[in-house]
Design a protein around this ligand. Structure first.
Ligand code: 3H9
Length: 693
């Protein structure tokens, strides 16, 4: 074995040179990795005994892309393009051996090999779009030359990780090798290539796959049209489409130049910074300062869910899809049957989409059951999550029962979205085992999981739930105990302002449109129509606009309409009836309508949300400002290209945020008083991102 550099070595296995890269955690293309590859290929090329070259990685994965953390720093050593040129010009066949994930720059390196082999569990993809970018190392030019323009368009604009089997079917992977035997398999494949005298095919030369799309601009026009909704607001999907167009219409080398131009454009643009921030924010959320990474995890195999309605059912589906044994309990047979029916059909659909065989799907469902008997069903579960009615009395009753039923060491979780978890825990003799798992509806689809840490929650319980959250496809974020935790507490401010703005004279449709144009999937009034006025109507004695709408018999989409009218396909249109309700509401409140500018609507819709976030940070309910952003990005529809409310505030400049809050304080009252932490950071010229506990 020869050491090439600190992260790379070279060994000779008969006539096959094997370059091994080992740069934890994910072999990202940092300067030492690029240098190791460059020097490794140079040495393998120069070694007369080596007739073929295999590139393989140590650790959990093949190269997972460019080093995102290193973007923007001055380039050192060989560039990625130089490494790729070295590979592509090799007179000896080069084979990339893939396990884990070959993503972004990683796949772009593999595409410069003559052949690719992979283990069945491997995945490949070009996910740059999710970072607000396009592949910048030939990915948009080489990928279509294997999979064709249409498939390439799908892959680069979705960033999907394609499973090895599917990649093999598309020709992206030449051979699948046995799991756990990648090195042997890749070397054997290299020997086969040599023995058969296979040609040194290069992806860049393969014009056949892109030629059919040439002269067919409608392919791209149709693709844009079909995905307009999905791409709304984002810059990177369009750049990716243009790059694939270049692959189709330009000779390879010119296409590369166009790709670089498009890459530089998005890199210098306003969105990628926010999207890369969001990537690291999500990962930072896993780190809890006083809970070390090696905290022991409680084994979780069997999960109990109390409640088989929309929320309980969604939670159950998440666990079943992730391979857990699940028992669902409800009070009435009819409700349980209905709930289990929905669970089974959704799990089956999900399994089909994930490519599972009917037998595998059946196995999943075989470990799912329902029961009316809580004591029998939950006596041996490792984790139980209650999704019952949001009422302290009901929750306490449930937890007292769970305490009596569940085995020692079982984790008792509440899905409460608002209530005091410590009070709930106080009725048990094991508050250390009690935790909040706040899911968002529909729970099998929404990624956010607010993990509520009670005053007495044990560290291993917290670590276990964070891990389980990730395993079930969620983005878990820790919150301390406090009314509405993090997300709902902040959202409440937006709701209150929406209402106050309408009283002042703003039109609900204008507020909705401004929020939609900002990038939210819908505005606050559209949201009320979706949820239904019956669900969110007033508390007794408080007349709010949604209460007025409810009193007028306008429940929202489920009824005759709410703030909008709807046709049979739920297309919304302005509602003269709703306008009358709004007018009546203003009258009842003695308010006089005045013109409200768009700027005021935007300010009032966002600034108090940010201010509440500052208070949450100050009080220690959130560990760090990026956790708050992760919550808003994954549970509240904040557009990822704007990074979340705290990131957004940092972009505005905290001094400007404070100045605006003070203006509104003078005009509208002390609820606008800037949070102490916000004032302090602004005075120090800092941002929320600088705040360290
Ligand atoms: C690109 O390639 C541009 C090119 O076109 C070239 C242009 C010239 N860089 O997610 P995990 C860290 S753009 C730096 O928890 P998992 C991550 O922060 C890139 N760091 O593990 C974390 O650190 P820590 C295209 C990275 O097993 C640790 O690795 N590629 C990078 O759940 C573990 O990560 C992508 O977009 C990186 N590229 O998932 C892929 N990747 O432990 C991005 C990860 O300190 N990566 N880290 O918190 C992923 O999707 C997932 O990390 C992966 C592993 C699926 C690989």
């Amino acid at each position: 074995m020869t050491t090439v550099n600190s992260v790379t070595d070279l060994t000779l296995d008969g006539e096959v040179a094997v370059i091994t890269l080992n740069s934890p955690p994910v072999n990202a293309l940092s300067a030492p990795v690029r240098e190791g590859l460059f020097e490794g290929f140079k040495a393998a090329g120069a070694d007369a005994a080596a007739k073929a070259i295999v590139l393989i990685c140590e650790g959990r994965t093949f190269i997972a892309g460019a080093d995102i953390a290193g973007f923007g720093s001055a380039p050192v050593g060989p560039s990625l393009a130089e490494v790729q040129a070295m590979m592509e010009s090799s007179p000896k066949p080069v084979i990339a051996a893939i396990h884990g994930t070959a993503l972004g720059g990683g796949l772009e390196v593999a595409l410069c090999a003559n052949y690719r082999v992979a283990v069945p569990s491997a995945k490949v993809g070009l996910p740059e779009v999710n970072l607000g970018l396009i592949p910048g190392a030939g990915g948009t030019q080489r990928l279509p030359r294997i999979v064709g323009a249409e498939k390439a368009l799908e892959m680069v604009t979705s960033g999907v990780h394609v499973a090895a089997k599917e990649a093999a079917a598309m020709g992206l992977v030449d051979e699948l090798v046995e799991e756990g035997k990648l090195r042997e398999g890749a070397v054997a494949f290299a020997r086969k290539v040599l023995a058969e005298g296979r040609p040194l095919k290069r992806v860049r030369d393969n014009d056949d796959k892109v030629a059919p799309a040439r002269g067919h601009p409608e392919i791209f026009a149709n693709f844009r049209k079909a995905n307009a909704r999905k791409f709304r607001g984002f810059l990177a999907p369009e750049q990716n489409i243009r790059a694939v167009e270049a692959a189709v219409n330009l000779p390879f080398d010119q296409g590369l130049i166009e790709e670089r131009r498009l890459f530089d454009e998005v890199m210098a643009g306003p969105q990628t910074g926010a999207q890369r921030y969001a990537f690291f924010a999500e990962r930072a959320a896993n780190k809890i300062p006083d809970v070390p990474d090696d905290t022991p995890i409680r084994p979780i195999k069997k999960v109990g869910v109390l409640g088989s309605g929309t929320m309980g059912g969604g939670i159950a589906i998440s666990f079943i899809n992730a391979g857990f044994d699940v028992v669902v309990v409800d009070m009435k047979q009819e409700a349980l049957d209905r709930g289990l029916g929905v669970i089974r059909s959704t799990v089956t659909k999900n399994a089909e989409r994930a490519g599972l065989t009917p037998a595998q799907t059946e196995a999943r469902l075989a470990n799912t059951r329902g029961s009316l008997d809580m004591a029998e069903a939950f006596k041996d579960v490792d984790l139980v999550i209650e999704a019952v009615f949001e009422d302290m009395g009901v929750k306490k009753d449930v937890f007292a029962k769970l305490d009596a039923i569940c085995k020692p060491g079982a984790i008792l979780a509440s899905n409460t979205s608002y209530l005091d978890l410590d009070e709930i825990a106080s009725v048990t003799k094991r508050p250390q085992d009690v935790i909040g798992m706040h899911y968002f509806s529909p729970a099998n689809i929404m990624k956010l999981l607010e993990v509520v840490r009670g005053a007495k929650t044990a560290k291993d319980v917290l670590a276990t739930v964070m891990k389980i959250g990730k395993q079930t496809g969620k983005v878990p974020v820790v919150s301390g105990v406090g009314p509405g935790f993090i997300g709902n507490r902040m959202l409440r401010q937006r709701g209150l302002q929406a209402e106050a703005l309408v009283l002042d004279g703003a039109d609900p449709a204008t507020i909705d449109k401004l929020m939609y144009d900002f990038g939210f999937p819908m505005g606050p009034f559209q949201m009320m129509d979706v949820v239904g006025m019956d669900v969110i109507k007033d508390l007794p004695g408080q007349l709010s606009i949604r209460g007025a709408m409810f009193n007028a018999g306008r429940l929202g989409q489920k009824g005759v309409g709410g703030f909008y009218n709807y046709d049979a396909n739920r297309n919304q249109s302005p509602s003269p009836e709703a306008a009358e309700v709004v007018e009546g509401f203003r009258k009842a409140k003695g308010a006089t309508a005045r013109p409200v500018s768009d700027e005021e609507i935007m300010d009032r819709s966002l600034l108090l949300v940010i201010n509440e976030g500052a208070k949450i940070l100050e009080e220690g309910i959130a560990i760090r400002s990026s956790d708050i952003d992760t919550i808003w990005l994954n549970g509240y529809g904040w557009p990822v290209y704007r990074g979340g409310p705290m990131y957004y505030a940092d972009q505005l400049g905290l001094k400007n945020v404070v100045a605006k809050l003070k203006q509104y304080q003078a005009k509208l009252g002390d609820e606008w008083k800037p949070a102490a932490l916000l004032e302090k950071l602004a005075a120090e010229g800092k941002g929320f991102a600088d705040f360290k506990r």
